[in-house]
Design a protein around this ligand. Structure first.
Ligand code: NAI
Length: 303
């Protein structure tokens, strides 16, 4: 069973994808009880049309998450006018801390997946607050970035998105690092197919595309929703998918005491294994910059 804490735009989009792809039953928790109940009822009424039998519960009662295999934490807001990035960090850290307390109380054996932004900092907070083994706490961000990277490569080459494989590592934010040296189209390195200028433009598009959606419609919903569903599926069905997720590092890539996106094998126990890739010196430098940005943000957390 899956629980989603936060029945806002992203939480409900994820819940609906998890149900319609028949991945799991869902408990949707929000401090706004009517919102969670209403969303659950709305989704339940879609069930006959798409022929799913999964159960969906909407509630503000955290005890309902008991027995969850995976808890997705997507509560808390995005930046509002007049708020600084640091305001968002500390405001959402409060939501993450209080939610993690409930998770530890009612679903102590779950895998905890963090989505709330800034996701790398919030994953670090969740790791510390939960005391869970680090394989059980991971954050979403770079898979979404990689889907954007893949989409723009496919568009540039006018080939199927399905055939484009790529990873993005580092911060889920402006300092993200799209891994050009590991991106391919059906195994053909993109450096064989695209010029430096084209690749550089694709990287810029990848970095700014989330902000572009937010500028146009206020928030991203469909893409994060489906990525949450894919990650939940990887864990519940033990699929051992190779993806880049935010994970608390203990020496990997030369970093510790920080959570950041690196490639992992995502399966039944969460992060089954961290994959240690050989990076070009310039890529390693970019990752170092990204880590130092997140470490600076962690220092600003009010305890
Ligand atoms: P939203 O404002 O639509 O929904 C947030 C929900 O959280 C609200 O319904 C609110 O009542 C609820 N909430 C607040 N405090 C709570 C608490 N203590 N317990 C339970 N529920 C609580 O926001 P949206 O658009 O759904 O985004 C949610 C978060 O996800 C934001 O921080 C956003 O930046 C982040 N996000 C992260 C992505 C990623 O790739 N990591 C992608 C997209 C969004």
């Amino acid at each position: 069973m899956i629980s989603i804490i936060g029945a806002g735009r992203v939480g409900t989009s994820a819940a609906f994808d998890i149900l319609r792809f028949r991945i799991s039953d869902v408990v949707l928790v929000d401090i706004a009880e009517n919102l969670a109940k209403g969303e659950a009822l709305d989704m339940m009424q879609a069930a006959p049309a798409i022929e799913f039998d999964g159960k969906i519960v909407g509630t503000s009662d955290f005890s309902q998450i008991a027995g969850s295999d995976v808890v997705v934490l997507v509560a808390g807001g995005g930046r509002k006018p007049g708020m600084s990035r640091l305001d968002l960090i500390n405001e959402n850290a409060k939501v993450v801390r209080s939610s993690v307390k409930e998770v530890v109380r009612y679903a102590p054996d779950c895998k905890l997946m963090v989505v709330t932004n800034p996701v790398d900092v919030m994953t670090y907070v969740a790791c510390k607050e939960s005391g869970f083994e680090r394989n059980r706490v991971f954050g979403m961000g770079n898979i979404l970035d990689a889907m954007r990277f893949r989409s723009y490569i496919a568009m540039e080459l006018n080939v199927s998105r399905e055939d484009v494989r790529a990873l993005v590592i580092g911060e889920h934010g402006d300092s993200m690092v799209p891994l050009v040296e590991y991106a391919s189209v059906s195994g053909i390195p993109i450096t064989e197919l695209l010029t430096k200028e084209q690749i550089s433009r694709i990287i810029d598009q990848t970095r700014s595309s989330g902000a572009e959606v937010i500028k146009l419609k206020g928030a991203t919903t469909h893409a994060p929703g489906v990525v949450i569903a894919i990650m939940v599926d990887a864990v519940l069905r033990g699929r051992n998918r190779v993806m880049s997720v935010s994970t608390c590092l203990q020496g990997e890539y030369g970093f510790s005491d920080v959570s950041i996106g690196v490639p992992v094998v995502l399966g039944k126990d969460g992060v089954e294994k961290t994959l240690q890739l050989k990076l070009k010196p310039d890529t390693q430098r970019q990752l170092e910059k990204s880590v130092s940005m997140i470490k600076d943000a962690i220092k600003q957390l009010q305890m």
